[in-house]
Design a protein around this ligand. Structure first.
Ligand SMILES: C[S@@+](CC[C@H](N)C(=O)[O-])C[C@H]1O[C@@H](n2cnc3c(N)ncnc32)[C@H](O)[C@@H]1O
Length: 241
């Protein structure tokens, strides 16, 4: 008989977001798989291919990294995360050391983009899943300027946030509580950081997805069509996406 007694413990099911468990710490453990699927599908629908490089801001326990690291070519995944224990647990429980040796993801352990700029990191895509929902406007501004600095001319950031009629006045990192902002406020900060801003029609169980793109990123094809895999495929039948 298979002993499942350890399953619920290792998956963190029933624990609350922020609890001291590698899955629960980053969000409701019941959604750990779903958040990964939603994000991977969004990135690939927007055009992420194996040769692209990607920065995962607040990569946590590699909930999404565990799909991105094997998908991308060697050296193309970069994660930044202040809580090193989450990355350690993610490698131990999700990816395994062998994958790290094969794909050579790079990790920075920091709560700000400074080390990325010092290391002259340049990426095609950036991701901030459930990060701006925990940042005051001061920190969002720092991240948007930092990420913009790292993105190529045709690059783009996808990020989730919580829209509201008023802006939270909290500053710094807010966790596990959430903060919310007017979309216009984020659009204004994005413009100062040389990034566009648009809300994406891509469902999330609790938050809203937004695209913060550089001017040369092709976001035209889903202005008149739905943001779907089929529409993406139709605009690039040669698969040169
Ligand atoms: C809600 S979790 C999301 C983790 C990951 N993005 C995901 O979707 O699985 C927020 C993550 O941000 C990290 N974090 C904490 N302070 C941060 C900061 N100042 N900037 C960026 N990320 C931070 C936390 O340690 C945690 O891993």
């Amino acid at each position: 008989m298979v002993d499942h007694s350890d399953d619920s413990e290792s998956l963190g099911l029933g624990l609350r977001p922020g609890d001291d468990h590698y899955r629960a710490y980053v969000g409701p453990p019941e959604d750990y798989d779903l958040i990964a699927a939603m994000t991977f599908n969004l990135l690939t629908t927007l055009g992420l291919r194996q040769h692209h490089s990607l920065l995962d801001v607040g990569c946590g326990s590699l909930r999404i990294g565990r799909l991105l690291i094997p998908y991308l070519n060697k050296d193309k995944y970069i994660g930044i995360e202040p809580n090193e224990w989450l990355v350690t647990e993610g490698i131990k429980r999700e990816t395994g050391e062998a994958l790290v040796q094969i794909k050579r993801p790079k990790f920075f352990f920091s709560d700000s983009p400074k080390p990325l700029i010092e290391a002259k990191i340049s990426v095609d895509f950036a991701l901030a899943q459930s990060i701006f929902s925990h940042c005051g406007l001061d920190l969002i501004t720092e991240w948007l300027f930092g990420i913009s600095h790292c993105l190529t001319r045709g690059g783009a950031l996808v990020a989730t946030f919580l829209p509201s009629a008023d802006d939270s006045t909290l500053t710094g990192w807010v966790y596990p509580d959430c903060v919310s902002f007017k979309p216009e406020t984020l659009e204004r900060i994005a413009a100062k950081a040389n990034l566009g801003f648009e809300i994406l029609d891509w469902k999330h169980p609790r938050q809203t997805w937004a695209l913060f793109a550089k001017a040369e990123f092709d976001a035209t094809w889903f202005k008149t069509r739905s943001l779907t895999w089929n529409a993406r495929f139709d605009i690039a039948p040669d698969r040169k996406m």
